[in-house]
Design a protein around this ligand. Structure first.
Ligand code: GRF
Length: 209
């Protein structure tokens, strides 16, 4: 293995478009990381097909087969340890993680959330932004702590809301920007520019100017 590359895992439950963007960034050599494992909890999720097409190692751990969150998370931790994962990326992973999981990867665990946190933690962010009449939304990459969507922000991208936008149009516009945001945010973490103690939160477009 190239020692300059950090061994990362991506945890996802859905389409996996962010996984694909992160993989492309690794392949271009922009992100000094290698995706050593894709973990999914939904057997039919599109992310599994996408990951296999990219030649990535996948493992499906179906949460319905576990009697508690703790046991499910122990299975995730074992898989991550078996692949010697150094940094964990949540990309549309729709399970709350237990305190022991979060502690196991303290400072080495990030999530992407489709709103300008601290606005709209939790679900249905696009619906909530539309209902509030907001003109601006976006996405945030943040370190994961035990409080839902409340860990220190690493990087955000802003996305304008247009007249006539729906949840679907907004979701797509935000996702397109997330594909720039997530690799850039992971890179800031891996290079030490951003840490859980000193997140140095920034806006993506300010960095790229
Ligand atoms: C993204 O919009 C992310 O912000 C949210 O879940 C979505 C995942 O999309 N947490 P994909 O599966 O990467 O396409």
């Amino acid at each position: 293995m190239d020692r300059a590359k950090t061994r990362i895992a991506v945890l996802a439950s859905g389409d996996g478009t962010n996984l694909e963007a992160i993989a492309a960034s690794c392949k271009r050599g922009e992100l000094a990381a290698s995706i050593e494992l894709v973990l999914c909890n939904v057997p039919k999720a599109g992310v599994l097909t996408r990951a296999r097409n990219l030649g990535l190692l996948t493992k499906c751990v179906d949460h319905r087969e576990f009697s508690s969150r703790e046991l499910f998370d122990e299975a995730l931790i074992s898989a991550l340890r078996a692949s010697r994962i150094e940094f964990v990326v949540l990309a549309g992973f729709m399970r709350l993680l237990s305190s022991s999981f979060v502690k196991s990867f303290h400072g080495r665990l990030v999530n992407i959330h489709p709103s300008l946190l601290p606005k709209y933690p939790g679900l249905n962010t696009h619906q909530r932004a539309l209902e509030a009449g907001d003109r601006l939304t976006g996405s945030t990459v943040h370190f994961v702590t035990e409080d839902l969507d409340a860990g220190p922000a690493v990087l955000q991208v802003q996305v304008p809301i247009a007249d006539g936008d729906t949840v679907d149009t907004l979701k797509e516009r935000v996702k397109t920007q997330e594909h720039r945001l997530y690799p850039a945010a992971i890179s800031r973490c891996l290079s030490g520019l951003s840490s859980i103690e000193t997140p140095n939160s920034a806006l993506l477009d300010d960095l790229e100017q």
